[in-house]
Design a protein around this ligand. Sequence first.
Ligand SMILES: [Zn+2]
Length: 248
Amino acid sequence: MIQVSFRFYEELNNYLPEELRQVWVESNIETKASIGEIIQSLGIPPDEIDLVLVNQQSKSLDYLLQDGDRVSIFPVFESFDLSEMNQLREKPLRNPSFILDVHLGRLCKYLRMLGWDTLYSNQYTPEQMIELSLQEKRILLSRSIQLTRHKQLTHAWWVRSSNPLEQLKDLVTRLDLSSQADPLTRCLNCNNKLISIDKTEVVGRLEDRTAKYYSEFFVCRKCDQIYWKGSHYENMVKFIEQHLQTVN
Ligand SMILES: [Zn+2]
């Protein structure tokens, strides 16, 4: 037998009996048990796990536990302040979505440009933002540390830089999102998913040059904005190459 300490974070605690929640638990386990086996024996679905740290190092679920290990286990959508994480993730958060405060309009465009579901409005009150973050599991991004530390919030990140490009780079690095960018899939104005549309339906609204050189078009059904793989798209791709591929 070996002795291992575990701590499960946030939503994962819902699977655990009361006495194991939100605390470090010392546990005697069989040698040669993997983290995955322990997690399954507790009734936690492995696909709810995003990150496992053993002695502060990121490990996979196959890792075989050793005597004295301290194991922190975080859910897919983790509920702790990301700014306190020093370790880089081995794999990215899945399908992250965001809600941004009023000071982050440019960052909002960048995130939508890269395909991420991002809510932004200068009409939101802090209370509404918190509610949307909780209800829709959106990571709340704010320039206000007070707001991101609000006790009700479970998913928030304090944006330190005032420069939108730096903000984006910090966020993408912190959440390891660079491989997940999916440009030209979301409307920059209203966050709607774009749909592919036949050229004949939009040709009357295009400038001659655009109509002549491009054949593939996308539309936002909410605001009716048309997109194509012209300058918009090329700029996005250039932007990703310049700014995001180099952050890792
Ligand atoms: Zn739109």
